[in-house]
Design a protein around this ligand. Structure first.
Ligand code: PMP
Length: 441
């Protein structure tokens, strides 16, 4: 059953298709954390739309909200004209922000994907500051549109595109395990900050005053790497002192995944702009930028587009956001994430190919290494992308869908829906352990 559809996909879809290459399954049903393929096989979905599905597939609260919209006479499409639903969505979102920002926040609805909102945030800050360069981080990921890809700190697809957005400067992210300064531990963040302060201070560094800095509070595609709170706090201090707008990309971290509603809350900072997508649409396409009113400089029509603020996605997203808050799912993500990390570290005691386990809440990464090669000067073995790919295949055979990411394509990424239970997580770790064993042999 699966193979007929896969064959058709190969013949008709763009060669850019990515996930289906490593996850050659055809999904016909989904509920909660489970998906079922055309052959009737059931999988745990720990990819969950790359972290989109905070409430899992087809959550009754989300489906109910969409059904209610269908059964009402409310419009499904209005460009950016206002509706009571849009008003309620903005009310709920603003009520979720720190009060100092909430009272002075503005929102821009963007195209349907995270990359669209990144584009909007950068354009906005360029307009507001009149400056042109942007600061971004090594290993960061911000999307696949032209400018968003220019800001992404890994080469990958970028290599093949000439003439991306110029004037992007990449700064060292505090990735302690593969420390860019070769020191590791807490010194990584210290040196990263010193580097950033120095290049911003030095008129000869080639960095002219930037229009913005964009950062992920936990690098997602870069390999589930949390930025330490102290580092983010300092970053906020530096950007504030130098009058550089700080854009926090919460596309993957937002809506409870990391143990707080927004990941920047861990550091107690207030960003100038927050980019949201994925979970904000409750499993439907939606993206927004929320920013401080002082940057509200656009003239009418400066940022347009047909699909801005899809009504169905707002209904789904509003229901999901309310449910996440009512059920305190961020706290649940924190507790379950700590438990998951603990279990994965226990597994690492027997499996030396697990080099690192890290993450915040239910955004966990396991870095797969080759323990038969020379370790680096921190004593860490080189990344093992081929082994990670085999583990992913073994997981798939055992009914577990995991994403592989990271700068070296060697990080197994756990992004389960926040409604996952302890028993399910135990079973997921068990299947993962079996898969690691099988892939090694
Ligand atoms: N920013 C971050 C942090 C992301 O993780 C992603 C998607 N993985 C994006 C931006 C781009 O979002 P989209 O794929 O919806 O364009």
């Amino acid at each position: 059953n699966n193979s007929r559809y896969l064959q058709s996909q190969q013949e008709r879809e763009s060669s850019a298709r990515s996930y289906p290459r490593r996850l050659p399954i055809v999904i016909s049903e989904a509920e909660g954390i489970y998906v079922r393929d055309m052959d009737g096989k059931v999988y745990y979905d720990c990819l969950a739309g790359a972290g989109t599905l905070a409430l899992g597939h087809n959550h009754p609260v989300v489906i109910g909200a969409m059904r209610e919209l269908f059964d009402s006479k409310a419009p499904l499409h209005t460009l950016d004209l206002t509706t009571p639903l849009k008003e309620a969505f903005v009310d709920e979102l603003f009520a979720s922000l720190p009060s100092s920002l909430a009272s002075r926040a503005r929102i821009q609805f963007c195209g349907p994907t995270g990359g669209d909102a990144v584009e909007a945030a950068i354009k906005l800050m360029k307009t507001a500051t009149g400056r042109r360069s942007v600061l971004s981080f090594h290993g960061g990921y911000h999307g696949s549109t032209h400018a968003a890809m220019s800001l992404s700190g890994t080469l990958g697809q970028k290599e093949r595109i000439a003439g991306l957005m110029p004037d992007v400067h990449f700064l060292p992210y505090p990735y302690a395990y593969r420390c860019p300064f070769g020191v590791g531990g807490s010194e990584t963040q210290e040196l990263s900050l010193r580097y950033i302060e120095n290049v911003l201070h030095d008129p000869e560094s080639g960095i002219v005053p930037p229009a913005a800095m964009i950062v992920e509070p936990v690098q997602g595609e870069g390999g589930s790497i949390p930025a330490p709170s102290a580092w983010l706090k300092e970053l906020r201090r530096i950007t504030r002192e130098r009058d550089i707008p700080l854009i926090v990309d919460e596309v993957q971290t937002g809506l409870g995944r990391t143990g707080k509603l927004f990941a920047y809350e861990h550091a107690g900072i207030e960003p100038d702009a927050i980019v949201l997508s994925k979970a904000i649409g409750g499993s439907l396409p939606l993206s927004v930028v929320v920013y401080h009113e002082r940057y509200d400089v656009w003239k009418p029509g400066a940022h347009i587009g047909t699909f801005r603020g899809n009504q169905l996605a707002m209904a789904a997203g509003l229901a999901a956001l309310r449910y996440i808050k009512e059920q305190d799912l961020p706290e649940r993500a924190r507790l379950l994430g700590d438990r998951l990390k603990e279990q994965l570290w226990m597994l690492a005691e027997h499996e030396r190919c697990i080099g690192d386990v890290r993450g915040l809440g239910l955004m966990i990464g396991v870095e797969i290494v080759d323990e038969h090669r020379e370790p680096d000067r921190l004593g860490h073995y080189p990344a093992a992308p081929a082994l990670a790919a085999r583990i992913q295949q073994e997981c798939l055979r055992r009914g577990l869908i995991l994403e592989v990411g990271g700068r070296h394509a060697a990080v197994m990424r756990f992004l389960p829906p926040l409604i996952v239970t302890e028993q399910e997580l135990d079973d997921i770790v068990f299947r993962f352990g079996e898969s690691v064993r099988a892939a090694r042999e």
